[in-house]
Design a protein around this ligand. Structure first.
Ligand SMILES: Cc1cc2nc3c(=O)[nH]c(=O)nc-3n(C[C@H](O)[C@H](O)[C@H](O)COP(=O)(O)OP(=O)(O)OC[C@H]3O[C@@H](n4cnc5c(N)ncnc54)[C@H](O)[C@@H]3O)c2cc1C
Length: 376
């Protein structure tokens, strides 16, 4: 009987892994099934654009797979049973049995950080949430306020995009850090500040948001602040499926894996992308980003194919090349980095940076998940 490989999650990492596995292995030796909640590939890196009112191109998964010999199974996985090597899908449970499982379920917003965030805050972590924010923003009258909490890449991009698309809104960016753009070289940081200033985004550093309420938020800096919408962008965590199944995970729900991306507790299971705590070349846990997800997607396919054909694979290398920040549609910062993610002096800003990012995002869809090659 041929070896049954189930790839769970068709984001940047899972789609790439499934395609490459199908290419690497003969269909008489292995079947590859890709399971995903929706029949569309979601360009998560554009969800702040969706929230700001832009239209995203629909990308059916079948089309993204091209001619790859990959079976698609559409439905939400509700549980994994590692003892029975089975994943359970849907409301009317359907079982999929695997010999090898590749866990690629991505990540979701961390809404349990403070009281009220889960009930009252918006996020841009998933398409339904970004669409809900888009509706809310369209209801806010000119002069209204949107508070974006968290000044990591997602918070920065969301604040800039909303401010550019809705010039009548007052957008505030709240961060507990001393400053914004901490991973950037000085020139990149200065451009970031200038651009947010030009877009009218007010920055509130050293401010810890302690609660979100209907109509605003509380901070450690004083009384309650009114906001017509609060966007929660303090970071991501992986879904709970692996932990609930008794597979070893870290405190953000990411599966603990060895240098070949294999679970440290369940050798027939691998994890990639945001759902994996992979080891970067700098010895720290991989950053949740396409730049980690793509090499992991490629790498896991090579590792699994090697083991199935009797070879012992080497470690998967997760290194970095640049960090891309879009600041609206016509501006941005591209910080080139060493493989260990430290910033180089080389920084691209303004229109060239926006054009660079757009090219990378497009190529991630066209030459990344479609044919397997580069990072974002
Ligand atoms: C607004 C925004 C902007 C970003 N910008 C950048 C950027 O500029 N550069 C960068 O590198 N990164 C960026 N990121 C982060 C990047 O999107 C993620 O790191 C990347 O998507 C991770 O890829 P992945 O394949 O691990 O997971 P995902 O792309 O999240 O894919 C996971 C897939 O698994 C599916 N899934 C999850 N649970 C289940 C289930 N139970 N059953 C079935 N299917 C399931 C999901 O539907 C999804 O299709 C951004 C993220 C956001 C939200």
């Amino acid at each position: 009987m041929s070896h049954r490989i189930v790839v769970l999650g068709a984001g940047y990492a899972g789609l790439l892994a499934a395609k490459r596995l199908a290419r690497r292995l003969h269909r008489d030796d292995a079947t590859v099934t890709l399971v995903n909640a929706s029949d569309r590939f979601v360009e998560r890196v554009r969800l702040h654009q969706l929230a700001a009112g832009q239209r995203l191109t629909p990308r059916p998964l079948r089309q993204q797979l091209g001619r790859a010999a990959v079976q698609l199974a559409i439905g939400r996985v509700t549980a994994i049973d590692p003892a029975a090597r089975t994943v359970w899908m849907g409301d009317e449970p359907r079982a999929l049995v695997y010999d090898t499982l590749v866990y690629a379920v991505g990540s979701q917003a961390r809404l349990d950080d403070v009281p009220g965030a889960a009930e009252h805050a918006h996020t841009v972590a998933a398409p339904e949430q970004a669409t809900r924010l888009r509706h809310r923003v369209s209801e806010i009258a000119s002069g209204g306020t949107v508070a974006v909490v968290g000044a990591g890449l997602t918070g920065l991009e969301t604040a800039a995009e909303l401010a550019e698309s809705h010039p009548g809104l007052r957008v505030g960016l709240f961060t507990s850090a001393d400053d914004i753009g901490s991973g950037l070289a000085p020139r990149g940081r200065a451009h970031l500040r200038r651009t947010l200033d030009r877009l009218g985004v007010s920055i509130h550093p050293k401010t810890v948001v302690t609660a979100v309420r209907e109509g605003g938020l509380d901070t450690d800096a004083g009384g309650p602040l009114a906001a017509d919408a609060v966007v929660w962008a303090t970071g991501f965590r992986a879904p709970d499926l692996a932990r609930a199944a008794g597979i070893a995970t870290d405190d953000r729900g990411r599966m603990l894996v060895d240098a070949t991306l294999r679970s440290i507790s369940h050798p027939e299971v691998y994890a990639i992308g945001d759902a994996a705590a992979g080891m970067s070349v700098n010895g720290t846990t991989s950053r949740m980003s396409c730049q980690s997800a793509l090499p992991m997607g490629r790498g896991v396919a090579d590792v699994v194919a090697a083991r199935l054909t009797g070879r012992e694979p080497g470690p998967v290398r997760i290194g970095y090349v640049f960090t891309n920040i879009s600041l609206g549609r016509h501006d941005g910062v591209v910080q080139f980095t060493h493989a260990d993610d430290r910033p180089r002096r080389l920084v691209l800003t303004g229109r060239p940076a926006a054009a660079f990012k757009e090219t990378v995002v497009r190529s991630t869809v066209h030459s990344g998940p479609r044919s397997a090659s580069r990072g974002n």
